[in-house]
Ligand binder design. Structure first.
Ligand SMILES: C[S@@+](CC[C@H](N)C(=O)[O-])C[C@H]1O[C@@H](n2cnc3c(N)ncnc32)[C@H](O)[C@@H]1O
Length: 282
């Protein structure tokens, strides 16, 4: 397959340290470090909740299936358990290293969803919780189309229109309260609605056979610490705009703003909305 441009050195800094002013953070606005340990220990709900997407995929023995943005490989392994020939790709070398450690018998590759190529086409391409991280969706859809057999299926779930809306609002409000213009941080996520994403697929040679957009308020573990951990894991683009010595104040502001709507019964909830879609290559 084609080599990936992203090298480990592109993963600058570590979000684990973003809210700690004593660490030197090398994160740039464009980079996103994925911490596989923090992901697997404190955010396993992402792939646990994604497991029912595998029912929609309905893998069959002998099928060739790609898991796009496979992260630490847990869903790749669940798909492979159907005796399908399953490959996982992800742009994060750290996540792929962890996936390979978790499941040494499986095939994982570092590759970008916007620009990947395999010499043999797939029966199906699956993706959970990855596509909203890629703000060039046309390139992903083109690559997916090219990599599928005619009639092949594309089964994906990711953040849809309105996803984490309260959080995003709190991030921008907190930036302003700390004297930063909201224009300083571009929303790093792509959260399309059904019509928008279906049109994109249809204009790239797909037929959409199923689509749903639904609320999934998701409880976080670790009680009071839950929101801080979520921000550390996923909101690096916003934290990186704040000088290290003010990041803790930023997170506390966000928590204060969200407390009335997202904190209940001693724990935090995230206002997730998911877009789930199944399309066939025409
Ligand atoms: C929240 S994790 C989900 C991982 C996995 N699918 C799961 O359900 O556990 C999002 C993943 O998307 C990957 N990702 C982000 N941008 C990507 C890109 N351009 N190409 C491939 N993977 C990407 C990240 O590296 C990360 O591992």
């Amino acid at each position: 397959m084609r080599a990936l441009e992203t090298q480990p050195s592109a993963e600058l800094g570590c979000l684990k340290y973003l809210t700690n002013p004593h660490y030197c953070v090398k994160l740039t606005k464009s980079s996103m470090f994925w911490d596989p340990n923090l992901y697997d220990t404190k955010h396993s709900f992402v792939w646990e909740r994604g497991a029912e997407l595998i029912d929609l995929l309905a893998p069959a023995a002998g099928e060739r299936i790609l898991d796009l943005g496979c992260g630490t490989g847990h869903l790749t392994a669940k798909i492979a358990a159907f005796d399908s020939e399953t490959i996982g790709i992800d742009s994060s070398p750290a996540m792929i290293a962890e996936a390979s450690r978790n499941y040494p018998a499986l095939h994982f590759e570092v590759a970008d969803a916007r620009d990947f190529w395999f010499d043999r086409p797939f029966d199906a391409i699956f993706s959970n919780a990855a596509l909203h991280w890629i703000t060039e969706p046309e390139r992903v859809v083109e690559s997916v189309h090219e990599a599928l057999k005619p009639g092949g299926r594309f089964v994906a779930e990711f953040g849809g229109k309105g996803n984490v809306q309260a959080l995003v609002q709190a991030f921008y409000d907190s930036l302003q309260l700390l004297g930063r213009a909201s224009t300083e941080v571009k929303n790093p996520w792509y959260f399309p609605g059904i019509a928008e994403y279906s049109s994109l697929l249809e204009s790239h040679g797909f037929e959409v056979v199923f689509a749903t957009l639904f609320d999934r308020p998701t409880p976080l573990d670790q009680g009071q610490e839950g929101m801080r951990n979520w921000i550390t894991m996923f909101a690096g683009a916003f934290c990186a705009a704040i000088p290290p010595e003010r990041r803790d104040a930023f997170v506390r502001r966000v928590e204060q703003l969200l407390q009335p709507s997202l904190f209940r019964d001693g724990g935090w909830y995230v206002d997730y909305r998911r877009l789930r879609i199944v399309a066939r290559k025409i």
